[in-house]
Design a protein around this ligand. Sequence first.
Ligand SMILES: Nc1ncnc2c1ncn2[C@@H]1O[C@H](COP(=O)(O)OP(=O)(O)OP(=O)(O)O)[C@@H](O)[C@H]1O
Ligand SMILES: [Mg+2]
Length: 297
Amino acid sequence: MNLEELLNLKIPPKKDDLTDEDIARLFFKYKGLLKRIERDEAFWIATNENMTRAYSKLDKQARELQDAQEQLIRKEKLAIIGQLASSISHELRNPLGVISNSTYFLKMMLEDADEKIKKHLDILQKEVVRSNEIITDLLTFAKVKKIKLVNIDLNKILEDVLKYVEIPENISIEKQLNTDLPPLKLDEEHSFRAFLNIITNALQALGDEGKIVLKTSRIENFVAIKIMDNGVGIPEENLEEIFEPLYTTKAKGIGLGLAIVKEIIDEHKGSIEVESKVGEGTTFIIKLPLKASLEES
Ligand SMILES: Nc1ncnc2c1ncn2[C@@H]1O[C@H](COP(=O)(O)OP(=O)(O)OP(=O)(O)O)[C@@H](O)[C@H]1O
Ligand SMILES: [Mg+2]
């Protein structure tokens, strides 16, 4: 029998039907097949490895593309909001100034007025301040003002923010400020606004009572600022969205606070991270490079 006839048999041949030559043919065929399987296996393993590598490269590129796309959309969104904001804000500044002056005048003239009138004048004044803050936020967003980097004592900025905000009686502030911090190059107004926005959020997350911890430290080439509160916390699924413009969970919020913070941190070439647990609290960690020199770039 030749090899083909042997291989075409329907039932296995008996040992006695096979000549030594048949056995030798079958042996070599079997060996050849084994060799091929070995080669094929090596080929498939190599192919598999190549494909895994190609896949992870593709995956990385897809992620980079998505990041770039998201950044572009964010930038476009910011630009549109910025344009709108700056024109509306400029229009609003004048009438607000008039309301503010008139309120001041009325307060002076009505020094002996009854408490109800005084209370309403105070409300008016407070709301004008709040409206002006919103306008400042919008204008910061629209980057109407050019950023000006000067040597800044970071701890002082934080102290200034604490003096500026109204801290309810049952909210305690713990300061862990490193007094050996080197001065940073920051835009004073913008950095004040960034910390004001984060601390305002922390106060809002606390409600009537709780604690805010402010910590500054130097880590290698940057200064880290931690702002911790033990307030309501942020659900994990929202963490990615909180820096998006117009994202808010508050009835009276606009959703610009953290978007502005992110802009300001970016313009100082820093980074911002957030850790939060619902019911336990939130921590914002900001890192600002020691040599944040925008002049260089
Ligand atoms: N410390 C915090 N604790 C809990 N939630 C927070 C905290 N900081 C931010 N958030 C969440 O992130 C959202 C976005 O914050 P952001 O400051 O951008 O806007 P806002 O405070 O809602 O409105 P605006 O600041 O414009 O008045 C908030 O609505 C809130 O849900
Ligand atoms: Mg806010």
